[in-house]
Every structure is written in C-alpha cells, then in structure tokens.
Design a binder for this molecule. Sequence first.
Ligand code: GDP
Ligand code: ZN
Length: 313
Amino acid sequence: MDSETQIGTVIRVHGGHYYVRIGDTELDCRMRGRIKKNKSDVQLVAIGDHVEILYSELEGAIIENILPRKSALLRQSPPPRSFRPGQVHYGKGEEAQVIVANPDQVVVVFSLLDPEPNPLMLDRYLVACEAVELPILIVANKVDIVDQSEPDLMNLYEEIGYHVIRTSAVSRQGLSELYNALHGKISVLTGPSGVGKSTVMNALWPQLNLKTGEISEIHGKGKHTTVVAELFYLEEETFVADTPGLRTFRLWDIQPQELDAFFPEMAPFRDQCHFQPCSHLHEPKCAVQAAVDSGQISDIRYESYCRMYEQGF
Ligand code: GDP
Ligand code: ZN
C-alpha cells in the first residue's frame, strides 16, 4: 500500500484498537498520539466517525485525522437534582458518550402482530426519536401474518406523515423498499425485542448471519458500564448500528411543557390555545383538545400524550 491517506468509517472500538471499514476491507487501526492531545471534543472517536487512515509497513494503519461529525446520538446520564431546564448537562463530571456518530436516520421497527404493537410504546419511541432530531422511518414487520385488507394501526402514523414500510422476512414483501431506504446511510435500528429486527436484516444481507434476537438493546446503566456497540457493515457506505435502548435517547431531558413539540400533528394547533403555555390537558379553549374532539388529532395519540405528560416515561 502507498502512503496516501484513505477515508474510512469506524465500526468498532476496543481497547485502543479502532476497527475501520474502507470499502470491503476492515483495518485494525491505532490512533496517532497527537490527535488525542489536541482534541477536547465529546469523546474523540466513536463508531460512525469518518477518519483518515495512513498505512505504512513500519507502523501499520494509523488514524491521522477525524473528520467533523455532522450528527451524533449521545447517551447521557440523568441530570442531578439541581438541574434546571435549558442547562447543558453532561452528567456528574462525566462526559456524554457518543453512541453513534453521523447517524442519518433512526429506524423504528415494530411488528403488526406477535407481538401486537402497543401504541403508547411506539409513541415513546417516536417521541424519543423526535427529541434527537433525526429523520424517522417506521418499519412494520410480519405483514405475512395479518389480513392486509384490514386497516391497521400504522395507517394512523402514515396519516400523521411518518414514512412507514410494511415488511415481511417470510414473504419478502417490502424488503426492496427497505433496502432502498437503508442504502448509503448510517441507520440506527431500534424497537422492542421479538419484532424481527435481526431476521429482517439477515433477509436483506444474509452474510450478516445474525442470531435471532442478536440486534438487541444495549444495556448500559452505570457509568462504569462499557457500551459495546458495533456498526454492522452491510455494503458500500451502508451501515446499521446495534440497537440503543430507549433510555439512550434524550427522554429524561424532555420537560412535559415541551412534549407537544414531539407530536408533529399538534403543531398546527398548539399556538392557537387560549392559554399560553397550555398543557392541553384541562385548560378551557384549548385548540389541541378541540382538534381531538373533531377527530383531527387521534384519540390514541392524545392518550399517549396525556400519559407521558402526567407520568413521564
Ligand atoms: P428481534 O428481537 O427484533 O431481533 O427479533 P428476531 O429477528 O429475533 O425475530 C423474533 C421472531 O419473529 C423470530 O421467531 C422470527 O422468526 C420471527 N419473525 C421475524 N420476522 C418475521 C416476519 O416477517 N414474519 C413472521 N411471521 N415472523 C417473523
Ligand atoms: Zn392547549
């Protein structure tokens, strides 16, 4: 190999080794010492980061430079009790941890049956995704075991404006549409277990050879827990991140007063309420409640809103 630098994507980090994908090859890289000294960024290198690699016979593959991040999914610990809304918080002296750098979208996977989708649970995922301000794709899997001539819960989400792809790993329905939606992107896959995340990924990219249930929540609770996360390389420029649990997202940070911002269908109404701010729970002349009464906002979604407002997550 010559001494030109090449750009690759970090897919795994372990004990000072950075595993970087460049096209079809995976390189075990070390980091140039001076990079560590120069940067005071939130976590220097995370999976999803694009890096410049220099290879030499003498040193092997070395990360010479880290390209700027265009986005990041962060894991933060809950704030101390003295936390005030609007404050920037990175936990008690500990830095925010980058779960995935440069994600292009979050793919929320549910199944239409077995397990049947629970709207409150789906709404929690959607609110969490809205709060991290990443594009959202809903995948409704296991269409092969439902009567597709009947309307289903996903119609509601399509009406709101979410992009829903109905899939089946068995009949392969929707798989090419899903392939197109994932191609060329870094996607963060999330959703409850048992809905078919691993099976669908295997159906698209058999070489992944994931065990059933292998794409599952990362359980990282305490600050000493190492989050072992991996970016699965699917093909050129196409990656899927191991599922971060819902707690990864910004949920603890969402104040009830800002919850309506994460229900996109409430946007046309929230500024028309008589009282400002309005919780939309019991105030008179509330435009959101009026929209629920007239059917412009669904009862199901409004119920999720009320539950989350009153009980948190
Ligand atoms: P994960 O926990 O989300 O990764 O779910 P798995 O991929 O482990 O799948 C859970 C179960 O659902 C397995 O028994 C799969 O065989 C089954 N499954 C996955 N996709 C489909 C599908 O499209 N149709 C049907 N009928 N079953 C599926
Ligand atoms: Zn209101």
